[in-house]
Design a binder for this molecule. Structure first.
Ligand code: UDP
Ligand code: MG
Length: 136
């Protein structure tokens, strides 16, 4: 139990819309993640812009924020040893067409924008993202 971590996971609108949340949550459990907190929410465009602020200079920023706010999402705190990296590996590459066999984005992703899941990319960002959704 050396390196117990928490990370933030989001099941994005394309996956919730296709009713994949149970299946994806089972994948997390099967891979040793504990679901510490979970809620289904629908964020506003402004909240999506705050969440993805790190990408504000990118050409895809506006579409990304429109998309994240386009329908319900499921946000979760996942916990296990090395949760941040293990979740990134379970998710697979950002572009589902480049994601390895067996990864969530390979299995469920539709396109680079509709790639079904988000996961924090560092322990530091995981803390910020967990606070963003679960402050109280
Ligand atoms: N994204 C996109 N077009 C791009 C790159 C990224 O629509 O060319 C979206 C994609 O949904 C991705 C999100 O922006 O998940 C955040 O990008 P990032 O590079 O942080 O990828 P991730 O950490 O999600 O793998
Ligand atoms: Mg990222």
């Amino acid at each position: 139990m050396n390196n117990l971590e928490q990370t933030l996971s989001i099941i994005k609108p394309d996956a919730v819309e296709r009713n994949l949340q149970e299946e994806i949550i089972n994948e997390f459990k099967k891979n040793g993640f504990l679901i510490i907190k979970q809620k289904k929410i629908h964020v506003s465009k402004i909240e999506a812009e705050q969440f993805y602020k790190v990408h504000q200079t990118k050409p895809f920023y506006n579409d990304l924020c429109t998309y994240l706010s386009s329908g319900p999402i499921v946000v979760m705190i996942l916990e296990k040893e090395n949760a941040v990296l293990d979740n990134r590996n379970l998710m697979g590459a950002t572009n589902p067409s480049e994601a390895k066999e067996g990864t969530l984005r390979k299995k469920y992703g539709i396109s680079i924008d509709k790639n079904s899941v988000h996961g924090s990319d560092s322990v530091e960002n995981a803390k910020i993202e967990i606070d963003f959704f679960f402050k109280d």
